[in-house]
Design a protein around this ligand. Sequence first.
Ligand code: ZN
Length: 794
Amino acid sequence: MGRLLALLAALVAGAWIAYTEQQLPESAPVGTPKTEFSGERAFADVNFLAAVPHPVGSVANANVRDAIVGRMLRVGLEPEIRPGVGVQIPRRAPDLILAGRVENIVGILRGRDPSLPALVLMAHYDSVPGSPGAADDLMGVAAALETARAIAARGTPVRDVIVLITDGEEAGLLGANHFFQRDPLARRTGLVMNLEARGSTGRVQMFQTSPQNAGLIRVFQETAVRPASSSLAVMIYEKMPNDTDLTESLRVGIPGLNYAIIGGQFDYHSATSTAANLDRRSLQDMGSQALAMASEIAFSPNLPDPGPSPVYANLFGDVLLAYPTWFGWVLIAAIGVMLVFAVRWARHSGEFPARDLLHGAGAFAFAGAGTAAILQFARRLTGAEFGFLEQRFLLAQSVAWEWAIMLTALGFMMLCAAELARTRRWVAAVPLVAGLACSAFGQLDLIGLVAGVLAAAIGAATYGRPVSRKGAWAGGLIFALALTAILQALAPAAAFVLAWPLFVAALGAAATALSARHGVVAMATLVVLAAVALGWQGGLSHFAFEGMDLMPLFAVQMVTAAMVLWPLAQPDQGRSPARWVGVGVLALGLGLTLSVRADDPWSPRHPKVTYVGYQIEHDTGRAWRFALPGDGSSWTEQVLAADGGSAQLVRQWWWRRPHLRAPARAVEAQPPSITLERNPAGTLRLTAAPPAEARTLEMQVRASTAAQITAIAGVPTSAPLPAGKWVRVNWVSAGEAIDLTIQPAQPGRLDVRYVAGIDRWPAAATPLPPRPTDLMAWDDSDSTFVTGARAFTW
Ligand SMILES: [Zn+2]
């Protein structure tokens, strides 16, 4: 019973440490000294700027632009609007070209030596359609302005500080592309700090850096206020298909740091990203962290030197631990030595068979693979599909869902430990059943299947005879050490995730002779070390939970938790009542999962996504009402049926998702004007002017013979037009034309199809009924789309 109480104490203390570490600073009041960052002063800007959605090219965006210029004047920056054209061919979609006219805002705080490379504080002012963008990214804008203001209050900096507020980030990093590729001011940039958001709350993470970041991390380590960052986050972000404006400055080799929040992702790109829903404490956290670093750079005559990237992560409070990659091997060796001593001392107090080590290693592997299977099952059990829009059901109840995952995983781990003390093999069937059941929700679930079968195989070989606690723990730690060594060899930036808690566990193992030592002191040592390790690891788990909808990831978390919890979780051999606790916690976790499934989370704070549009097919004069399927709301049904037609599921070239479409009343619409001319030089010039009021013009072009797009709106490009293949060009602008210079190989034909987007419902159509408050318009919902096609020969 004492062991069970110790386990509970470790869990409670660990959770408390993790919770404390995630706490945000209070937003500093308006009266805070001018040299410091005040969340409340910055929030006043967010409140003022985030009134309505303001995508690039909209009138609302121009209003936000003017307001930012006014604000720059008041805080003592020299503002300037720097217009241009951004062109983006995304790495992962070579047949897509994003382009648009942008108006970047630059505000300069003059330093003493204008010849020194400048510090650039970057954020973007445009929002996605349908979202006021309070967090993404007016929070970044306000933080950059308040940071520059506080630097100015500290005196004249050594180097220039340039506040760069980009335009068109959401449409493809267009403003940053223009600035770093073509604005002469970019050549003066020495370092970029980008401020971003992917949610509306949570700790600010410094999640991305330029390569060779040794000098940067040293300055970050020395100056940052309560830093939250790790080399793992940087490594993961490199593998993710996400981009921010920093991608553009990194592309031209400028060093940089990227800061963002990822908590409260329900509000990301959502109509609910209002000033009222923004956590001002996150704004304070972003500002305090950014000001500390920015001030150091601004007042220092030298920029950080490049050097091999270290391994680093924040511990608690103000500590960021960083060391060179090779030191990871030193840690591994130290852990190995501690484990050898632990095993030797443990054998003094009674031998255990060597094969106990093997069974312990098996139990850890079983716990890891089994966790992946069981959490994948829990994820399926929620009923939510996978995908950006599909998982919003879970984002709307993320607190309950996070608890469900934690309890389910923890319960299973306790079950793994408890059953090792007995002779039952049935426990191997638990992840097998869960893994197979993953496929019972409509489609084959490969993750669940593989994890379940793997876990069952390991479990069947491991369980079935009683294993000593010391032997099991030692075997588990040796298994974890092997995993750490593999990780250190393959991805040293990530190895600390295992190495640090394993170091703590090995310390506990050596100090208590693998828990063979009984008594209050030994037990207290295990509890304290477990709480510290769990508390630290809880922060990482929370970050992983917020950032990724990927259950197998938590297998790693369960192995690291097992490292420190095992000696407390494995009861004495025999019929200990403790073994039922794991089953109870597991049941609690799955019960909570079922309650997440049963809950109707939609409310005015968490409205459900709806998407409707009006399509006018110009060439035929027909019109349709269309909608995203599956929102199940009678409001959407009412919109679709308003003109008496019935809806059918269709796919159209300009929409990635299949959608419901019903005939609608035809209304007048102006098409874009599209022409093709021959230039004297033998090239072709395709000019497309969006109709009045249209903010977007998407075109697909297909050449019958191979050709090349050599310029877009005056910007030299090199985009192939393979013969017979559609290439998509998305243009955003306030009514201005786009022209493409095309270099054909031989005579041929050019097919063009287009969709022009107007940010409102057609005035002549039956108007939209008012939306219930638990529904919201998503992205460019409620817009009019004029579609059609053209063909040219040359
Ligand atoms: Zn953004």
